[in-house]
Design a protein around this ligand. Structure first.
Ligand code: URA
Length: 230
């Protein structure tokens, strides 16, 4: 919502007063003085007039979870346990998943109630790297590397995947970095060679790396630096 509308909606100010507050530089949004009535006030914005906090939305929450195999990346599921079931009840309210993982995929899962933050992390447009450790049924051949770099045509979405970096670690093991997150993307890419993915683990999203201290099923809040990195 625009700042002038936000202020005028409060019981204490009318439109004329709002104009004066802004003109006299008495308003700060997220710590910055602003006289621009079009400044965006978001759900987590802190709005101050004369140093008095008027609006502080619901506290933003950002969590990293080491997703174990055998649970669904969803907030509710009639059949299986979900990743939210791994969190204490009071923490769950309003959380969504920033980049789902398949039922048997393990590793870094980020949960937040801040939709803008999660969009920045997951939208292909922002090209945030996502790194996976992959194990396959058959040998990963050297020529795969170039094919991953060229991209694969996904008929369902009618698109070609962005160049991806494949590092072969062992005959059937690789590290793969993608710059987007399409449905079942890793499995579909290896499926192109009829090579089944037998284990998949996400190590990193953007600059956020799965904390080695977290056992499968454990979580921790993100640090200020991790939040700011997105
Ligand atoms: N790609 C997949 O195929 N599965 C995942 O869980 C994540 C990426």
């Amino acid at each position: 919502m625009r700042l002038d509308r936000f202020l005028a909606n409060l019981p204490c100010y009318n439109r004329q007063q709002v104009r004066l507050l802004l003109a006299h530089k008495r308003v700060r949004v997220d710590g910055q003085v602003t006289d621009d009535p079009r400044t965006e006030v978001r759900v987590f914005s802190q709005v101050e007039v004369d140093g008095q906090l008027l609006h502080s939305g619901p506290p933003a929450r950002y969590l990293m979870l080491h997703k174990p195999a055998g649970c669904v990346s969803a907030t509710v599921d009639g059949e299986h346990r979900t990743v939210l079931d791994l969190l204490p009840e009071p923490l769950r309210e309003g959380l969504h998943i920033a980049g789902r993982l398949d039922f048997n995929t393990t590793g870094l899962l980020l949960l937040t109630n801040d939709g803008q933050w999660s969009r920045r992390l997951t939208q292909p447009r922002t090209k945030q790297p996502k790194t996976y450790w992959v194990e396959t049924e058959n040998v990963i051949e050297a020529h795969y590397v170039e094919r991953f770099r060229e991209g694969f045509y996904f008929a369902f979405e009618d698109l070609t995947t962005l160049p991806a970096q494949l590092d072969i670690l062992a005959p059937r093991k690789a590290r793969l970095t993608l710059f987007e997150g399409r449905y079942h993307q890793v499995k579909r890419m290896f499926g192109h060679f009829d090579n089944k993915v037998t284990a998949l683990h996400r190590e990193r999203m953007g600059a956020i790396v799965l904390d080695a201290e977290l056992a499968p099923g454990q979580f921790r809040p993100l640090t200020a630096a991790e939040i700011a990195s997105v």
